[in-house]
Design a protein around this ligand. Structure first.
Ligand code: ATP
Ligand code: MG
Length: 413
């Protein structure tokens, strides 16, 4: 009989906290049903990192209550996303001699090769938070996914290791715990976004995903079904808001409004005769009018910089991305983003929306929810039957989370 269960994704972003409650049946992604969504403005993060624990905890509580109200389900644990400039990804490889009879590769050879690949020096203030298998090489034959049973003398394993600042992970999980929720797993946010907006063919032939949120731009590159490159840049929609507020002299809240309503990333797409009204600080001065092109110039300048940084990351990965670049996260909703990006990248560009599931799909049908939906999808594949009320807190739980993340990610990939 099918097993159904509740899985919760908790996206703690710089702009908003999103809680997505899903129902899952035996981890089948086709059968996930969205039951409830709750959001709250996020004011306790800067560039993806918790800087005010009280504000973050309060916002998590608010988003959880809203999601519980919508779903009629009480939740006690969640799969939580992490990002921030402290995240670093590197590919490492390890070589072992195949030990068995007839040089047939066994699980123990694979484990030894992976352990050799993972034996890299990590600075004391950093911690391995995930390690994902990429591929194996048997003698001179590269690109092997599962070498068990193959014959060879030399086995090489390639592993992508993601590390983060120990304190940043701990602060994040403490906020979740303080909001009355246990942490089931911590997942790198762009990996969750990739799960919800990319399909397996894209990841096989080579694809890049850039999640441009409020505080960070997270880039991941996939090839042969494996993660090949990760980078979290401390730049995002907040930079645009700041630029607009500074240059057009308005409050950040007014700048956000204007950006959403009249923003455009490509000056050429704007009618040169169109003017926009600029709200004045405090509303006390005479309203000002400027050509809409001015606003577009500010946005284009910043978005060109961001897209170039993404391009550099793809180049750094050394991976061909014939399936193109997929932009997601709230800033990908900006008018003209695809048109601006297309000439920069020698590949197709599209905006990535979460893949359609079941249930309240219209509530999550936005790039803003790519991470939250992906957390539910990844969580459902690794979810075990629980009562959903395991409030485990403190040091032990932190260490438990780290080992849990390592385990289930290596299982998953
Ligand atoms: N229609 C729109 N046009 C332009 N920008 C938009 C639009 N909708 C949302 N944004 C911007 O997207 C950003 C928020 O995106 P998102 O919700 O993905 O960020 P986040 O996940 O909270 O932050 P991060 O992942 O960077 O920590 C904000 O800067 C917001 O102004
Ligand atoms: Mg985000």
């Amino acid at each position: 009989m099918a097993i159904d269960n509740i899985v919760v994704g908790l996206d703690i972003g710089t702009s908003k906290i999103a809680v997505i409650i899903g129902n899952t049946w035996q981890g089948d992604p086709e059968k996930i049903e969205i039951r409830g969504v709750g959001t709250a403005p996020s004011r306790g993060l800067r560039r993806g990192i918790v800087v005010d624990m009280e504000l973050t905890t309060a916002a998590i509580r608010e988003a959880v209550s809203a999601a519980e109200l919508m779903s009629g389900v009480q939740i006690g644990s969640a799969h939580v996303g992490i990002a921030g400039g402290h995240i670093m990804g590197q590919t490492s490889h390890g070589i072992v001699a195949v030990s068995g009879e007839g040089h047939e590769i066994t699980q123990s050879d694979i484990d030894r090769a992976i352990n050799a690949a993972k034996a890299v020096a990590i600075p004391a203030d950093r911690e391995e938070i995930m390690s994902l298998r990429q591929r194996f090489k048997v003698d001179n034959q590269d690109g092997i996914k599962d070498p068990i049973g193959m014959s060879g003398v030399r086995l090489e394993a390639y592993v992508h290791i993601i590390t983060g600042a120990v304190g940043a992970v701990k602060n994040l999980t403490t906020c979740v715990n303080d909001a009355g929720m246990a942490v089931e797993s911590v997942v790198l946010e762009p990996i969750a976004s990739a799960e919800s907006v990319l399909n397996s063919e894209e990841r096989l032939i080579g694809v890049a995903l850039a999640d441009i949120g409020g505080g960070t731009t997270d880039t991941v590159v996939y090839k042969d079904g494996a993660l090949r490159h990760t980078e979290v840049l401390s730049i995002g929609g907040d930079n645009l808001t700041h630029d607009i507020a500074q240059l057009l002299k308005m409050t950040p809240d007014d700048a956000i409004q204007l950006k959403h309503l009249k923003g455009c990333a490509l000056v050429d797409m704007v009618d040169p005769s169109e003017t926009i009204q600029i709200p004045t600080v405090g509303g006390l001065h005479r309203p000002q009018f400027v050509p809409r092109e001015f606003l577009a110039e500010i946005i284009q300048c910043r978005m060109e910089e961001t897209l170039n940084l993404i391009y550099q990351e793809i180049k750094k990965s050394g991976v061909d991305v014939p399936a193109g670049l997929v932009l997601t996260g709230g800033t990908s909703l900006m008018n003209g983003m695809v048109e601006l990006a297309e000439p920069v990248f020698p590949c197709p560009v599209r905006v990535g929306y979460p893949r359609p599931l079941k249930g309240l799909i219209d509530k999550v049908n936005s790039p803003v929810y790519a991470t939250g939906v992906g957390l539910v999808m990844l969580g459902s594949q690794n979810h075990h039957m629980t009562d959903g009320k395991s409030f485990i807190k403190g040091e032990d739980r932190f260490n438990q989370i780290l080992s849990q993340m390592k385990n289930w990610f290596s299982d998953y990939f």
